[in-house]
Design a protein around this ligand. Sequence first.
Ligand SMILES: *[C@@H]1O[C@H](CO)[C@@H](O)[C@H](O)[C@H]1NC(C)=O
Ligand SMILES: *[C@@H]1O[C@H](CO)[C@@H](O)[C@H](O)[C@H]1NC(C)=O
Ligand SMILES: *[C@@H]1O[C@H](CO)[C@@H](O)[C@H](O)[C@H]1NC(C)=O
Ligand SMILES: *[C@@H]1O[C@H](CO)[C@@H](O)[C@H](O)[C@H]1NC(C)=O
Length: 359
Amino acid sequence: MRFFETVTAALFLTGAFAAPFRHPHHLHHKRDAPAVTSQVVAYTTVVVGGSSSGSPISSSSTVTPTSSSAPTGPSSSSSSYASSSSTTSSSAAAPSSTGGTSSFTDGVYDCSSFPSDQEGIVALDYLGLGGYTGIQIGNGAGSSCTEGAYCSYACKPGMMKTQWPSEQPSDGETRGGLVCKNGKLHRTNTDKENLCEQGLGSASVENKLGQGVAICQTDYPGSENMVIPTFVEGGNSSPLTVTDNNSYFHWRGMGTSAQFYVNKAGYSAEKGCQWGTQNDDFGNWAPLVFGAGMTDGITWLSIFQNPLTTQKANYNVKIVGENGSNVSGDCTFENGSFTSGSNGCTVGVTSGSAKFVFY
Ligand SMILES: *[C@@H]1O[C@H](CO)[C@@H](O)[C@H](O)[C@H]1NC(C)=O
Ligand SMILES: *[C@@H]1O[C@H](CO)[C@@H](O)[C@H](O)[C@H]1NC(C)=O
Ligand SMILES: *[C@@H]1O[C@H](CO)[C@@H](O)[C@H](O)[C@H]1NC(C)=O
Ligand SMILES: *[C@@H]1O[C@H](CO)[C@@H](O)[C@H](O)[C@H]1NC(C)=O
């Protein structure tokens, strides 16, 4: 049995700064088994609103089911993106001597061979998708990178993928990654030579716990599988990807930010950064969600309770400015609740950088 679930999480965070900040819309496809087709079972819109005077901390939350439909047959939707995979000529070129690692050459890699020599890219073999984070074929999910599929990938912590088609389906779902054409991998965004690029560098994670924490970024735009790992061992630190609202993926014209599911301490990336079910406490059912995005020079960092679950994180976590940085607001989850009194909080980093500290 499999079922699909779609969650649109739109976090509207309003603060002391003039412009409202918008977190990404995510359509979360839940699948229990490799899927051939993907259907939406339920839409849930999560609106975290807050117009607090003098503080960028959002304070209220509502969870509103907005629509649901449960198609059982194969989807027949014709998607606009599909045509983009069947256009243009193929180079069918023989593999070049060496593509180098920092610049991707279209039409060289077989679709089934994950381009693991590319700078910053991370093969997630344990997902069973040939190293990819997600395979999108038509309106469904695939298990290998085959003709016409979008084959997406993870980048190292702090980095982000550069590849998604500029033309996106009108239904609000997104496509991302490389595209498989004539048996070879091609970029979907030829403006970028590298498959991964550095994020803004204005956030990191410090883990003062005795156990590791698996932080799982949603692959967006794309499958929205929350499988891109930032695993931080106890006692260690790591960069955390921050995207720029102005230049990263725009959903229906609106800027988006990076979103992460944050597991209880003790879960590995292999276990924690995968789809869970309602009975689990990991992956999309992990207790906390982090957001990280910059708008007009201000990095907004947030911690929220995952609206899907009432399970609590088994640690404390707070956002702390780095030396010499300027952070507006306080965001602390301690002893099972947010000191803001609500189910989440946000800070604005106006200069420098800040870290999420697990303690
Ligand atoms: C984020 O980017 C979008 C698209 O450019 C823009 O409309 C929006 O105003 C930006 N958000 C803020 C808070 O500036
Ligand atoms: C922050 O700055 C203070 C004073 O300059 C210094 O003593 C301290 O070690 C710094 N902390 C870190 C983490 O760099
Ligand atoms: C920090 O921000 C405050 C208010 O936003 C501002 O007055 C102050 O000059 C800033 N400090 C630095 C070091 O940027
Ligand atoms: C959390 O618990 C510790 C230990 O009991 C206590 O020192 C601390 O003040 C508590 N924090 C909050 C925000 O209540």
